[in-house]
Design a binder for this molecule. Structure first.
Ligand code: 6A9
Length: 767
């Protein structure tokens, strides 16, 4: 009984090893300069601290008199809002951010600037400016801006309300921030009405609901012939005496701007961060930002024009401005548990792929994110990677998707919440670590050495977990777990764990499968484990030996080179002949039973020929892996073949980048189920294009017969990818999740300044 209990508990037991980011490391006392930030990337504009129960601050807005009931209140980033564009124009991840939001009826500029000091991270000021979007009829809109403060637990918010329902100050206190004051300075001349709300929200995920519930109609203007929507003042339920949500509402004609000033009780100051003091300080910070940007990426020298540079600057700013601080417990499950368990509550400081659609941490995305972040501020990357490695459990597993806290949870449908401990995700954190190790070979920074020493024990266990749980059928082969072998509706069972979701694999998942991408990831991981070991003087020989075996081209070819198709491939029980067809209604119906209507029966997979143990010959990103991760020998004729295939427009080449799956592959652009459109079956993805461009750069700088060929393709692919992303950014206002392989148009979620932002590194040729 005891060991059964232990087995069940294992999945949620944290690894017994010192944390890389100790409990207090992000506190105001230890890291005051990064205490406050835009760490709520899911909100259009939201500020909080890097602490577990931070109070949160943020903005909602809506346009009056549009006749919508209820009004369309903007709060969390949402495709449905139809914003023409939004994103950070400049953001340095530490001191300030400047964002522009172009809504249908109003353009907002939301900025914040910090001034550290005292014991609680110091002060900040937020500035919100609103200007009209030219309307067809020429009438200008009346807009309500709602700035709120909310608690996530114990604490207090005591507002001062003066005449005309104007909230002027909020005195607050929480254990983490100490006491503070939030000022709403006397609003300017375009203010038509002020209102406020003191409410009790049932959680940070219910702020908008609480605000909507607090709205009422009130007479408008001097003649009072129409009414507007204003907040109803003090609306606390019986038995609750103090609010955990306070909102300051101004209803204004445009243009308009306002400041919101946060002052920490523990700081002394001579001047308030306001007016010209604020403006001067912000422009200083912006100049520092510009200079740093130019000195790191040198886009001027690379010949890019100001518009291209702006696109790159905005993409970087959105990667940095998208960094969040989450706190909570994952739901985890092993095969020993019927029901998922709560993992330990833990923090995660991480970037996110997309503020609107997936504003939370994803393991393999994060490795790519940090290739860029590492260039901007290695300390931030080290902390992010540290947080991720601290999430490792006793078994050595890190859950792929991190849904921590009620705000993050609110964005995820139930079926995606539970994380299973059989499931991996590519160990891309090794990519930024590789950069760090390379830098160290030049600098020998003792801080970095110490960091590598701290993370090594956790890396070892993570590496071992992959090696033991994702092993393939033969030595030196690997297999992604988590594929569904009983699938009925999927044309090809998905491999979410690989990150390439519906990319075609063996049609019939079995234990005999071997996956070439995972093998290459493991080759990379072992190489970097060896490099780190050598750098810090820890045993590295075993990692090196594994690396040598996994990169041995002869062995690789034995396991993964398909002679017939002349490409690297997965191997498994496979047939190309599958199809989605609508099932025929059952023939032998019971008396009185009616056949179900045809369209209600979802299409099912039909297998037209017996699957065989064979190579899975679909050319695409997976076939490229030995090249992408630079394992193919520079002298190998196979490299020549890969380069030739890369350039073939009938396969992967487009004017916009490399498509994920060749045009001649059986599943090219095929739906996976009737309702699941193709995702990694043709679209152009930027993380893979980055790896391809990086590999081309490598092979064009390595002696070998195909050096010149690699160089030519390098130039062309780099140009194509950068041009298309920048053009699409100019055309649509967004960086996108992926790009259409026939038109180059941005597709999927937006803004997506996760790995798509890697185009900045491609422009800068930083690999
Ligand atoms: C869906 C719906 C509001 C899919 O970028 C994150 C991941 C990648 O890691 C992966 O490689 N994306 C890629 O194939 C997005 C995954 C989103 C899953 C959750 C929930 C939200 O509804």
């Amino acid at each position: 009984v005891y060991w059964m209990h232990e087995l069940r508990e294992r999945v949620r037991r944290p690894l017994n090893s010192p944390l890389i980011v100790p409990v207090n490391a992000t506190s105001a006392a230890v890291a005051p300069e990064k205490y406050w930030g835009s760490y709520r990337p899911h909100a259009y504009f939201g500020l909080k601290t890097r602490s577990p129960k931070s109070p949160v601050f943020g903005l909602m807005w809506f346009t009056q008199f549009l006749g919508e009931r209820p009004p369309a209140v903007r709060h969390w980033c949402d495709h449905g809002d139809g914003m023409l564009r939004y994103g950070w124009l400049a953001h340095d991840a530490t001191n300030f951010g400047v964002q522009e939001i172009i809504d249908r009826t109003v353009t907002l500029r939301t900025e914040y600037l910090k001034k550290p000091g005292g014991d609680h991270g110091g002060d900040w000021t937020a500035k919100i400016s609103a200007t009209p979007v030219p309307a067809p009829g020429g009438e200008t809109m009346v807009v309500s801006l709602l700035f709120y403060a909310a608690l996530d637990g114990p604490g207090s918010l005591q507002p001062t309300v003066e005449k005309k329902r104007t909230m002027t100050v909020v005195s607050g206190h929480t254990a983490e921030t100490g006491s503070f004051k939030l000022y709403f300075p006397t609003p300017g001349k375009n203010v038509k009405a002020t209102d406020y709300l003191l409410a009790n929200a049932t959680g940070l995920n219910k702020l908008k609901e609480a605000v909507m519930a607090g709205m009422r109609m009130a007479p408008w203007g001097d003649d009072k012939t129409k009414s507007y929507i204003g907040l109803g003042g003090r609306l606390l339920p019986d038995g609750i005496t103090s609010p955990n949500l306070v909102v300051h509402q101004v209803t204004v004609a445009l243009p308009f701007h306002m400041e919101v000033i946060y002052e920490s009780g523990s700081k002394t100051r001579e001047t308030t961060l306001s007016g010209s003091v604020y403006d001067v300080e912000l422009s200083k910070q912006r100049i520092i930002f510009e200079k740093k940007f130019e000195s790191i990426f040198e886009l001027q020298d690379k010949g890019y024009n100001p518009e291209d540079k702006a696109a790159a600057k905005n993409a970087l700013s959105n990667m940095l401005g998208g960094i969040g601080y989450f706190y909570g417990a994952s739901k985890v499950q092993s095969s020993y548990n019927k029901e998922p368990l709560d993992y330990r509550s833990a923090p995660l400081y991480t970037a996110v792929p997309s503020r609107s659609f997936f504003p939370r941490g994803f393991l393999w995305d994060e490795g790519f994110h940090n290739l860029l972040i590492m260039e901007w501020d290695p300390e931030i990357s080290k902390e992010i990677i540290g947080h991720w490695l601290d999430l490792i459990n006793k078994e050595g597993w890190i859950p792929r998707e991190q849904i921590l806290g009620v705000e993050a949870r609110a964005k995820v449908p139930d079926e995606f919440v539970v994380q299973k401990n059989e499931n991996a995700n590519p160990p891309t954190l090794f990519l930024p670590l590789q950069k760090l190790v390379k830098q160290l070979s030049k600098s020998d920074d003792p801080k970095d050495l110490e960091y590598l020493r701290n993370i090594y024990p956790r890396l070892r266990i993570w590496y071992r977990w992959f090696n033991e749980t994702q092993a393939g059928p033969k030595p030196l082969t690997y297999r992604w777990r988590g594929r569904d072998s009983n699938t009925k509706r999927e044309l090809n069972p998905k491999t979410l764990t690989s990150g390439l979701d519906d990319y075609p694999r063996a049609s019939h998942p079995t234990d005999a499968e071997r996956h070439v991408d995972l093998r290459c990831w493991m080759a990379l991981a072992s190489g970097i484990m060896a490099d780190i070991g050598k750098t810090i003087g820890e045993p590295w020989e075993d990692y090196q030996a594994t690396h040598d075996l996994l990169t041995d081209n002869k062995l690789l070819d034995e396991h993964h080179w398909s002679e017939k198709a002349q490409m690297y491939s997965d191997f498994g029980l496979h047939t190309d002949h599958t199809k989605l067809v609508r099932p025929k209604p059952p023939k032998n119906l019971a008396p009185g039973q009616r056949p179900p209507p045809q369209q209600q029966m979802e299409k099912e997979r039909q297998v037209k020929s017996q699957p065989k143990l064979s190579y899975v010959n679909s050319f695409g990103y997976v076939s490229l892996f030995p090249f992408l991760l630079q394992i193919v020998d520079p002298n190998s004729p196979k490299l020549d073949k890969i380069l030739t295939d890369l350039k073939d427009p009938n396969l992967l080449w487009t004017r916009f980048g490399l498509r994920s799956l060749a045009r001649n592959a059986p599943l090219y652009r095929k739906h996976n189920t009737e309702h699941d459109p193709p995702y990694w079956r043709g679209n152009i993805w930027i993380n893979m294009n980055y790896l391809a461009i990086r590999a081309l750069h490598h092979y064009s700088n390595t002696e070998g017969p195909y050096k010149t060929k690699a160089k030519e393709i390098y130039k062309e692919l780099r140009d194509n990818v950068v041009k298309n992303i920048v053009n699409e950014y100019k055309r649509t206002g967004y960086v996108w999740e992926n790009y259409d392989d026939s038109t180059g148009e941005g597709k999927g979620t937006h803004p997506f300044t996760g790995w798509s932002a890697l185009f900045v590194l491609i422009m800068a040729e930083k690999y």
